[in-house]
Write a protein that binds this ligand. Structure first.
Ligand SMILES: [Fe+2]
Ligand SMILES: [Fe+2]
Length: 138
C-alpha cells in the first residue's frame, strides 16, 4: 500500500499533485529502506525534499495570503515546525549515517506530517477555498 490514499486529497489540483508527488517519493524511499540501501537515495533525497517542501509551502502560503485566510498564522507555523523537524532528522542521518533507526525516524516523520498536516491543515484550507468559490469572495 502506497503512502498516497484518496482520503488525503484536499480537492485542489495543484496541491494534491504536489502531495501525490511526495507520497510517490516516500514509497520509493521506503522500498529502498526495506531493501537495506536507503543511503543510495541520499543526499539527493534531501535536496529533493528540501526543494519540495520549500516550493510546496510557498504555494500554499501564497494562496492563503491571497484569500486572506484566517488560519494563515497557525498553518504557516505548522509548516515551519515541520521544516525544522525535517532539518533535524536530516542532520541526524548526515551525522550518524543512514542507520535503520535514523532512516525510520525520517520515514515516520514524513508519514506523520503527510497524514496529520494534510488531513488537518491542508484540508481546512481547501474547504475554505471551495466555500469561498461557491459563495463568492467576501
Ligand atoms: Fe500545508
Ligand atoms: Fe501541503
Amino acid at each position: 500500500m502506497g503512502y498516497w490514499q484518496p482520503e488525503l486529497a484536499v480537492g485542489d489540483e495543484e496541491i494534491d499533485q504536489q502531495h501525490r508527488r511526495i507520497c510517490v517519493f516516500m514509497d520509493d524511499l521506503l522500498a529502498d529502506a526495506i531493501a537495506g540501501h536507503a543511503e543510495k537515495r541520499f543526499p539527493e533525497a534531501f535536496e529533493y525534499l528540501t526543494d519540495h517542501f520549500t516550493s510546496h509551502f510557498s504555494v500554499e502560503e501564497a494562496l492563503m495570503r491571497k484569500i486572506n485566510y484566517s488560519g494563515y498564522n497557525y498553518h504557516r507555523s505548522e509548516h515551519l515546525k515541520w521544516f525544522d523537524r525535517f532539518v533535524w532528522l536530516k542532520a541526524n542521518i548526515e551525522k550518524h549515517g543512514p542507520t535503520p533507526l535514523h532512516v525510520r525516524a525520517m520515514m515516520e516523520g514524513l508519514a506523520f506530517w503527510m497524514t496529520y498536516h494534510v488531513i488537518g491543515c491542508d484540508r481546512l484550507l481547501a474547504d475554505f477555498v471551495r466555500s469561498r468559490e461557491s459563495t463568492g469572495p467576501t
